[in-house]
Design a protein around this ligand. Structure first.
Ligand code: C5P
Length: 233
């Protein structure tokens, strides 16, 4: 499976985002558009970034009743994104509905993955606040199995859990992993983190990197460092 670095463009305006992307004159990075940018700019920002030649992961993390998710995904299927996602906590039925909605009449669709547990969630918080008695790894393995049962292509998880997911769901089941920090940087609000080099060793297929690149003094150099450590190029 192709490995790549996805930059989380967590900006709140089109101008800021395009100015950021303009700095990349060589390779066109795979871009993640999340809630902040999508809610600020709407679907036009997706079209504009796509037209500039970037692959897009539309990270809206849908989580609602199956009918609502099916219809929302059907609307999103008209945007030419490469990958999008739901929360696995929405259940197998909801994930099946998402897949149905996302599939275009000609049978094509973007990759669909499910968030297992957010990388900002600790096991202690999950058990104390969400009253989930299992370990975090048990929930991640189960949520990944549910996503596979529903026919999804993979999951979003911490790189630290990529091996667990592959062991449970097979090598072809994709792992897209945020929670990436350079060895010499702050964790911010992330909890279950690792470096790009370590994510590569554990077997992530894609890493998602936000602030270590977007807030870097030299974002292009930080992105290239991620690529060197993760892809080796
Ligand atoms: O800035 P940072 O590298 O922490 O950004 C990580 C990105 O990945 C954010 O856009 C966040 O929404 C997203 N994400 C995450 N954990 C998940 C799923 C998505 O951090 N489980």
């Amino acid at each position: 499976m192709a490995k790549d670095v996805i930059i989380a463009c967590d900006f709140s305006s089109k101008e800021q985002t395009l100015a950021f992307l303009d700095r990349f004159t060589g390779r066109k990075p795979f871009v993640k558009i999340g809630m902040e940018l999508f809610y600020a700019c709407g679907p036009d920002i997706v079209r504009e970034i796509k037209a500039r030649g970037h692959k897009i992961f539309l990270d809206l993390k849908l989580h609602d009743i199956p009918n609502t998710v099916r219809k929302a995904m059907s609307v999103l299927s008209h945007l030419d994104v490469d990958m999008t996602n739901v929360h696995a906590a929405g259940t197998v039925d909801m994930m099946r509905a998402a897949l149905e909605g996302l599939t275009r009449p000609d049978g094509t669709r973007p990759l669909l993955i499910a968030v297992t547990q957010l990388t900002s969630t600790s096991e202690e918080r999950m058990q104390r606040e969400l009253l989930i008695g299992a370990t975090i790894n048990e929930t991640i393995a189960k949520y990944a199995e549910n996503a596979k049962t529903a026919g999804l292509d993979g999951v979003v998880c911490s790189p630290l859990e990529a091996e667990l997911v592959k062991d449970n769901c097979g090598a072809e089941f994709m792992t897209v992993t945020p929670g990436i920090r350079f060895a010499d940087a702050a964790a911010d609000d992330q909890v279950r983190i690792t470096t790009p080099a370590c994510a590569r060793e554990i077997g992530s297929d894609y890493i998602v990197v936000g602030r270590p690149v977007t807030a870097a003094e030299d974002p292009v150099a930080a992105y290239e460092r991620c690529c060197r450590e993760f892809i080796g190029e």
